[in-house]
Design a protein around this ligand. Structure first.
Ligand SMILES: Cc1cc2nc3c(=O)[nH]c(=O)nc-3n(C[C@H](O)[C@H](O)[C@H](O)COP(=O)(O)OP(=O)(O)OC[C@H]3O[C@@H](n4cnc5c(N)ncnc54)[C@H](O)[C@@H]3O)c2cc1C
Length: 375
């Protein structure tokens, strides 16, 4: 039997489905939602604006084969993402923190990388061996920047104090000593699908060997009718949470229509206040997102919450300083490895936060390994 079941029509499922279909397998894809694209799904709203239903999705990668694979399915428009943070007094400053952010926050006039670096060394808190995210940040950028850009954000986003979080979460956060204000300066390929992600997914799934069934939730036993199942559902949910829950943070999206707006080209603005919201997205500032001019614009504000308060919408796996949920995931993984005809894939199947390029890269490699093992 060369029929395979793929659970989930997000990037993980789409890559597996297309790769196996091109290798001669018949692929049946199901998704519990009423649309394809997983969390990358977008649509054009009543204001003529393309909106990403699950928050702004900016594609960026250094992995050339991933971008080459995506380019087979549609045109891409180059786009370099920039973000501003709104200070308590309303001023906008670059994020991640760079030379200009430091000058604006502290009223300094630092001119060179060396001056900025020396300034941060002066304000850093001496902590020899930081044990958690809070200590790591304070040792690197001092209390003022930590408390402005990271402490309220972490409380809202993760429902945790910085001191309860693993240092690995912030260790890779870039701090720049020059005026570079690109969000992903190191990534060679940065672009958005010219006709939107949903159109891209339509082309990926458009293969004679792929059938797609939406609004269909996976039920254990469905896989019996197939030679194999690639499953992007939450791994703990598959096992009825028998070892405990793998928790996630989620986001509620609040969209509004505006009929006047500032002339700016920054699509994402982060809040630094202690209110419940983390950031706002101005969709028309992204290329190809103003689809029809209606004289109106759409803005979406994000409010983090526990996934159970948001219809079990699982977005970000929780990482605590003691790593307890990653340990629990390993227990689920052992159970999954004993299943003869099923592999868990993607963000919720492997309980990791993965950017789109990482999911695509892992899924391309996983599908090719699976095919190679079958000759
Ligand atoms: C708010 C937010 C912003 C993001 N921004 C970026 C960004 O800027 N850049 C970037 O590279 N990445 C971003 N990401 C990450 C990106 O969304 C993921 O990398 C990508 O969506 C993962 O694809 P996936 O297929 O693993 O999961 P998903 O996209 O979540 O797809 C999984 C699919 O499986 C379906 N499913 C789950 N359980 C079942 C079931 N039991 N039965 C049937 N169907 C089921 C779901 O309905 C879903 O459609 C962001 C993520 C979030 C949450």
């Amino acid at each position: 039997m060369r029929a395979v079941l793929v659970v989930g029509a997000g990037f993980a499922g789409a890559v597996y489905a297309r790769t196996l279909a091109e290798a001669g397998y018949t692929v049946h894809v199901i998704d519990q939602r009423d649309h394809i694209g997983g969390n990358a799904f977008d649509f054009v709203d009543a204001n003529g604006i393309r909106v990403h239903r699950y928050g702004p999705h900016l594609f960026h990668t250094n992995v050339a084969p991933v971008f080459a694979w995506l380019q087979r399915f549609g045109r891409w428009t180059p786009y370099r993402h920039r973000v501003r943070a709104i200070l308590p007094d309303g001023r906008l400053v670059p994020l991640p923190v760079n030379l200009d952010t430091i000058n604006l926050v502290f009223g300094e006039a630092l001119a060179t990388d060396a001056e900025a670096e020396a300034f941060l060394r002066r304000i850093a808190v001496p902590i020899a061996e930081p044990r958690n995210a809070g200590e790591h940040l304070r040792a690197r950028i001092g209390d003022v920047l930590t408390d402005l850009f990271f402490r309220p954000y972490t409380r809202k986003m993760w429902g945790l104090e910085l001191e309860e979080m693993d240092a690995s979460i912030v260790r890779r956060l870039p701090i720049r000593f020059d005026s570079t204000d690109q969000y992903f300066p190191a990534d060679c390929y940065q672009a958005l699908p010219t006709d939107g992600y949903t159109a891209l997914f339509q082309v990926i799934f458009n293969h004679p060997a792929i059938t797609l069934q939406l609004e269909t939730t996976f039920v254990r036993g469905m896989e019996r009718n197939y030679s194999f199942c690639f499953n992007s559902m939450a791994i703990d949910a598959y096992f009825d949470h028998r070892l405990g829950d793998l928790p996630y943070r989620s986001l509620r999206f609040h969209s509004r229509t505006v009929s006047s707006w500032d002339r700016h080209d920054i699509s994402v603005r982060n809040y630094t206040d202690t209110g419940p919201f983390t950031r706002e997205a101005w969709w028309h500032c992204l290329p190809d997102h103003l689809v029809t001019e209606t004289g109106r614009r759409s803005v979406t504000v994000e409010e983090p919450c526990d996934y159970r308060q948001n219809n079990n919408e699982r977005y970000y796996p929780v990482k605590t300083a003691d790593g307890r949920y990653q340990t629990l995931y390993q227990e689920y993984r052992k159970l999954a490895e004993a299943l003869p005809n099923m592999t868990f894939i993607g963000r919720c199947g492997t309980y990791q936060y993965l950017d789109m390029d990482q999911v695509i890269n892992q899924s391309l490699a996983g599908a090719r390994r699976w095919l190679a093992a079958r000759g």
